[in-house]
Write a protein that binds this ligand. Structure first.
Ligand code: ATP
Length: 426
């Protein structure tokens, strides 16, 4: 039921892995939002035979074939030739399009080169789609006999493709997909402070019962995401299906859900700091500013974030934060004592209500039997007390650093929500 579309992204540089196919993700989301089924996606190089075959194959399966890229003026831009070949029609120069290209060049005091004429050629029966951000227009072919099967060609550069999708393709899809379409709408619930298996265990009956919307868990480093997906006649009807399921999951997972969709943990923690009128300072060793960076990515962070220090060297920990040298000598820089002293130092130097400290071994070198790679000590300094907390994660340097910031934010969130007792218990 409903209409289907396939996407063919054209470009040898995509096949060679030189650029990431971001159009694939972008167009897939657009199709889902407009209730168009999407079962196949392809990447094809700049080769006329293979591209023509791919278009024919897609036309055999789908109501709409969307192509991206290969509309430029050069010899390896073959998308229109391939569409014409797949349809068995010639390419024809469109005078109005060519006049537009000439005018565009002359506004910039330039003359088009002969190969720009290629950009004014369209497969017979096709219409140009205006491209205010580039020379090559898009192409719309509504196929005989009734024009309900369609080929759409979009330019490759994202700054041309995205506006064309917004201004042309989305309104077109709305009309074309018709009333029988089913809208797919997803919402991501973000959960922290519990692992994936614990989350699944808590909600397994809800997951088993949920067919529309469905629930699918994804484990991320230090975070679990639940994707809720509803299928319905309209966005409003999909929303009406999602809301009660979201409420049920939130109730079951309370207090671990910190946000939905684009909301971040640092944003959620920032909102708690702001609403409680408290301020924060951080001292980082192994995360080298990642924690401060995440916290200050949130607009308006200066309301509550006062100070961040990256103290890699022991001497810097002593000089800037006042970490006792004796603690470093007797327990090592990665220890409960030093994590606590870093947190307390950040709090004092920054003049903040709360201090966070991070010290650890991100690897790949620097580990030992007693303190293997992945060992992280966090410190939390508050008016009620100063505590330290130990973690050990597997993974690569980038994962360990990310996990350390994630864990620090989760701990801070728990203190802000539930106070000293919760923070002390970890
Ligand atoms: P031009 O007129 O610039 O030649 P075009 O329509 O021929 O445009 P391409 O040459 O295929 O487009 O691609 C131009 C650029 O757009 C690529 O170098 C790349 O940076 C970007 N691009 C193309 N396809 C994709 C894609 N699928 N995902 C992300 N970026 C892409």
């Amino acid at each position: 039921l409903g209409k289907s579309a396939e996407l063919i992204c054209v470009g040898t540089e995509l096949l060679m892995g030189q650029i990431v196919n971001t159009h694939g993700q972008f167009i897939a989301q657009v199709l889902a939002r407009h209730g168009v089924s999407h079962y196949h996606q392809a990447v094809v190089g700049d080769n006329l035979g293979r591209l023509t075959a791919a278009i024919r194959q897609a036309l055999g399966r789908a109501d709409m074939v969307i192509l991206s890229g290969g509309l430029g003026p050069t010899q390896d831009d073959l998308t229109k030739e391939a569409v014409a070949a797949a349809l068995g029609v010639p390419l024809r120069l469109r005078q109005d399009v060519w006049d537009g290209i000439v005018a565009r060049f002359s506004r910039r005091g330039l003359e088009p080169t002969p190969n720009n004429r290629r950009q004014a050629e369209l497969p017979e029966g096709a219409e140009p789609i205006p491209n205010p951000h580039g020379t090559a227009p898009g192409v719309l072919c509504e196929l005989p006999p009734d024009g309900r099967r369609v080929i759409v060609c979009l330019p490759g550069p994202p700054n041309e493709l995205r506006p064309m999708v917004r201004d042309f393709l989305e309104p077109y899809l709305d009309r074309w997909a018709g009333p029988e379409r089913q809208v797919l709408m997803s919402r991501i619930l973000k959960v922290c402070g519990v692992g994936e298996s614990a989350v699944e265990h808590r909600i397994r009956d809800i997951m088993a019962e949920a067919t529309n919307p469905t629930v699918a868990p994804y484990a991320k480093p230090g975070e679990v995401q639940l994707r809720l997906t509803a299928r319905a006649d309209s966005p409003a009807a999909a929303e009406a299906l999602l809301a009660p399921l979201e409420a049920k999951l939130r109730e079951r997972l309370d207090p671990h859900v910190f946000g939905v969709d684009d909301e971040t943990l640092e944003g959620a923690v920032g909102a708690l700091l702001r609403s409680s009128g408290r301020t924060l300072a951080v001292a980082e060793s192994c995360t080298g500013g990642l924690l401060g960076g995440r916290l200050t990515e949130v607009a308006g962070a200066s309301d509550y974030f006062l100070f961040g220090a990256v103290t890699y060297a022991n001497a810097a920990k002593v000089a800037v934060l006042g970490v006792p040298e004796s603690d470093i000598l007797s327990h090592g820089a990665v220890s409960a004592e030093v994590a606590r002293a870093m947190a307390a130092g950040a709090r004092r130097v920054g003049g903040a209500d709360i201090g966070l400290g991070v010290t650890g071994i991100a690897g790949p070198g620097g580990g030992s039997a007693g303190k293997p790679v992945g060992t992280v000590w966090l410190g939390l300094a508050t008016p009620e007390g100063t505590w330290a907390r130990h973690s050990l994660w597997p993974g690569l340097r980038a994962d360990i650093r990310w996990r350390a910031t994630q864990e620090a934010l989760v701990w801070l969130r728990s203190y802000l929500l539930f106070g000293a007792r919760a923070a002390e218990e970890g």
